[in-house]
Design a binder for this molecule. Structure first.
Ligand SMILES: Cc1cc2nc3c(=O)[nH]c(=O)nc-3n(C[C@H](O)[C@H](O)[C@H](O)COP(=O)(O)OP(=O)(O)OC[C@H]3O[C@@H](n4cnc5c(N)ncnc54)[C@H](O)[C@@H]3O)c2cc1C
Length: 531
């Protein structure tokens, strides 16, 4: 089959809720939109498996201020109030638009309950809404690389259609990266396609990342299969001998996971959910069907029998790092390249602590809406520029710099998993182990870049491996540079907050990495004056 060549105003890369909301916003602005997903829009990405709750506060200034104040301490000074306000407001105004496609439930008072939705139906509704607005959805069309104009602005992307087995190129005036976060192939439910591709494609085009050190977070699941987190809030935990373990409640994310991980490093840990709220038991199937299925298949009675649990890494999915955003339109440092959802840093809203549990969904919706609308505006003002030459920016995994030869990719991915997910390395970071990880990952990166050549469908796997290694390197470098403990990032060798480090940490580069604190110009000036 011949290659697919398209031209559009706005290209959206990704197929989760952020991508769908971006496509909807761009199409509503009246421009032509194409959306490409690695999987099938409706079942791929982490939203599809969930029962996502959105950050939700009515337009009463006191209620909104209270919602933001409540989260403020856990941001550790890295969030911006104006972003939290924007996210809450956009979510409140936008989510009800879906009423024609999604059967919102009622709350206890007979009012429509918008904030909590069932993932699979939500995604199906978003897809139908986007298609009705004229968005062209291309399932199983993973993007491999971004294209840029001579002036460095984005000119579209190229990829490979997995079912039709043919390359594709889509020229666009603006592009939104909504490729999700990266769970480092931990087995986390819904995350198999979340390999950090958007970070790599963005960085190759010149984008910067932020907050990649906030990537050590886990979800608790039955040992044999990753599920969602909902039923564990009232769990009690036991060791193999039946002795109860002292585990802090789930709310205090890091200490909860550290206590569980410590116990798991010593032996199997079992959860007992018999004290879960009675009200939850009959409705769990409706809220999170994916949570129930593995228990039924095993014949385990979820709320009656103890079962072994394990931690599945969530990386930057419920961590907070991602592509740096430099304006209110969710644009990256590359002109015409926007980032939305977990592909973008969520520090602007949640700072150093996880955005799971409602801000992340609200962020995915809002950043999708802002990025999609801004991409449409750019397309209208500058035109498609399709006659200009476009340069391919993909490198590692696509264009080896030396003689091509087989590279052990399985070993590369295992190394990423070992360095990024091993409880002792991720939850108790230390300079020595981070430096060892960096040297190991750098070696793998160099080998991939020099020798890995892929053709056809194999390019997708090659780029996933490259993106996993790249994401692990940025996370490790940032974890080294943040020589303190803040939020999700715990340095066992620097266990205190450092007042000098109350800034977002930027990281970037491909072969040679760099970091720098994102200190506002006014603050630099203030410090210079004081000195
Ligand atoms: C266990 C768990 C529970 C959670 N609970 C909540 C909650 O209750 N509330 C909340 O706010 N948040 C929650 N979150 C977080 C929330 O689910 C995410 O923030 C949100 O789903 C992000 O949406 P997204 O569209 O950015 O990413 P995703 O839904 O992951 O979508 C990414 C998409 O990009 C596609 N893609 C990847 N690479 C490419 C490529 N190269 N080319 C084309 N497409 C590509 C993928 O196939 C996928 O479709 C939870 C997350 C987890 C893991």
């Amino acid at each position: 089959m011949s290659a697919l060549d398209l031209e559009t105003d706005v290209l959206i890369i990704g197929g989760g809720m952020a991508a769908a909301w971006a496509a909807i916003a761009a199409a509503q602005a009246g421009v032509e939109v194409v959306l490409v997903d690695k999987g099938f829009v409706g079942s791929s990405g982490v939203t599809a498996t969930a029962g996502p709750g959105h950050w939700w506060a009515p337009p009463d200034p006191k209620l909104r201020a209270a919602a933001i104040d409540k989260r403020e301490p856990s941001t550790f000074g890295l969030a911006e109030r104006v972003w939290a306000e924007r996210v809450i407001d956009t979510t409140w105004r936008t989510l009800p638009q879906l009423a024609a496609y999604y059967p919102f439930s009622k709350d206890g008072n007979g009012e429509t309950y918008y904030s909590g939705v069932r993932g699979p139906e939500y995604l199906r509704a978003l897809r139908r809404y986007a298609v009705d607005l004229g968005v062209q959805v291309l399932d199983h069309h993973p993007a491999l690389e971004v294209l840029t104009h001579r002036d460095g602005s984005v000119a579209g992307a190229a990829g490979y259609a997995r079912l039709e087995r043919r390359p594709w190129t889509i020229r666009s005036a603006a592009t939104v990266l909504a490729t999700g976060g990266c769970a480092f192939r931990s087995g986390l439910i819904g995350s198999h396609t979340n390999t950090g591709d958007g970070y790599l494609m963005g960085a190759e085009a010149g984008a910067e990342l932020s907050g990649m050190e906030f990537s050590a977070i886990y979800t608790l699941s039955p040992a044999w299969c990753s599920t969602r987190t909902l039923p564990y809030s009232a769990a009690r935990f036991f060791d193999a001998a039946g002795a109860e373990l002292d585990i802090p409640p789930m709310r205090s994310d890091r200490t909860h996971f550290q206590a569980l991980a410590k116990a798991m490093l010593e032996g199997p840990v079992f959860a007992d959910l018999s004290e879960a709220p009675e009200a939850l038991k009959p409705i769990l199937r409706r809220i999170q069907p994916a949570t129930i299925a593995p228990f039924e298949r095993r014949g385990v009675r979820l709320f009656e029998e103890r079962f072994e649990v394990k931690l599945f890494g969530e990386g930057t999915i419920r961590g907070t790092g991602g592509l740096r955003i430099v304006d209110d339109d969710c644009q990256t440092t590359v002109r015409g390249l926007f980032a939305a959802g977990d592909a973008a840093t969520r520090e602007l809203v949640v700072g150093a602590s996880s955005g799971g549990g409602s801000p992340n969904s609200a962020w995915a919706l809002t950043s999708g809406q802002l990025g999609g609308a801004a991409a449409a505006r750019l397309a209208r003002t500058q035109g498609r520029r399709a006659g200009e030459r476009a340069h391919s920016r993909g490198q590692t995994g696509l264009r080896p710099t030396s003689a091509a030869r087989p590279v052990d990719e399985r070993a590369a991915i295992e190394a990423v998993k070992d360095e990024m997910l091993s409880y002792d390395k991720a939850l108790w970071r230390r300079r020595t182990s981070l430096e060892r990880a960096e040297a190991r990952l750098d070696g793998i990166w160099t080998e991939l870049g020099q020798h890995r050549r892929a053709e056809g469908l194999d390019q997708v796997a090659a780029r996933e491996t490259a993106a996993l290694v790249a994401t692990a390197r940025w996370s490790t470098r940032a974890a080294l540079a943040r020589n303190e403990t803040r939020g999700l990032h715990y340095r066992a060798d620097a266990p205190d907050l450092s007042p000098d480090s109350a800034h977002r940490l930027l990281v970037g580069g491909l072969d040679t990495l760099w970091t720098r604190f994102d200190i506002p110009a006014a603050k630099v000036l203030e410090a210079e004056v004081a000195a």
